[in-house]
Write a protein that binds this ligand. Sequence first.
Ligand code: UDP
Length: 324
Amino acid sequence: MKILLTGGSGYIGSVTTELLCDDGHEVVVFDNLERGHREAVDPRAKLMVGDLRDPQPIREAMRQAKPDAVVHFAAYALVGESMQDPHMYFENNLGGGLNLLAAMLESGVKKIIFSSTCATYGQPEVMPMTEALPQKPTNPYGESKLMFETALRWAQERNGIQPVFLRYFNACGATEKYGEDHDPETHLIPNVLKVALGQAPAVPVFGNDYPTPDGTCIRDYIHIVDLARAHILALEKEVTGAFNLGTGTGFSVQQVVETCQQVTGHEIPVALSPRRPGDPACLVAGATKAHEVLGWQPRYPDLQTIVQHAWNWHHAHPHGYRKE
Ligand code: UDP
């Protein structure tokens, strides 16, 4: 297949590009390189540099590439930042998405795998979370992703677009080549590993008074390779609709810190900090639909393995992609 993939220089996009190329697909990466890294774009893919907020470059890329399908990652993805600046999130995640959709409609490209998120659900009453739950985001990041899901659902109804919404839980881990490198880094596992590398004195723990057994937030950590494989399955199968992607097991911030200590053999001091606005207490996936319909099963559900792979990458790239 020929795939146009937006956001291929980012964390999940880079690994999905790698796996698509491994499987022999032809990949055109469309990316503005604002938050990603040129070095993270698999050299087997063709890179087109452009920003989705500008309607013209993506129309041109779509016309030139004539892809069989689109995989759409390019977006801002930080809950805290979205609470500070909601407009930035709607402009990029919704506005950019609409420009992408317009380009698809113009070029007659039907299939799109959209990188969505469990943040579209908000904080549900019941765990694990299935796709049937109401979507009530608690932050502009989740809302911006939900709004583009809605636009795609109407484009399915009225224009024959075939959307798949992959609602990720917490992406983590790495391949040998590609890993997580954000500036500033806000995600838990890389921040803990920074302490193990001696690059930070302690990891902040954002709140220990949540209604969870140890008081810290619970998340479902899913290996990046498993996420990438779900995109390939969704491309290969005649499916549309939403799929939650997680392991079905939740770990608290404290448990993640302990696992990182075991894997790295380093002491990880923590610094108790105030709650981070917009953070739900507990998010754990019910991924039965992805198992049944996509035939997807996580290969690396074990947190030790996930952290080990992340540690291997951070150890080999202590300053990320740029300063090697
Ligand atoms: N977290 C933390 N310290 C950090 C980074 C994150 O305590 O340095 C917490 C955060 O409040 C959340 C969980 O770890 O409860 C996962 O956060 P992350 O930013 O990795 O992913 P999110 O769930 O926001 O997508």
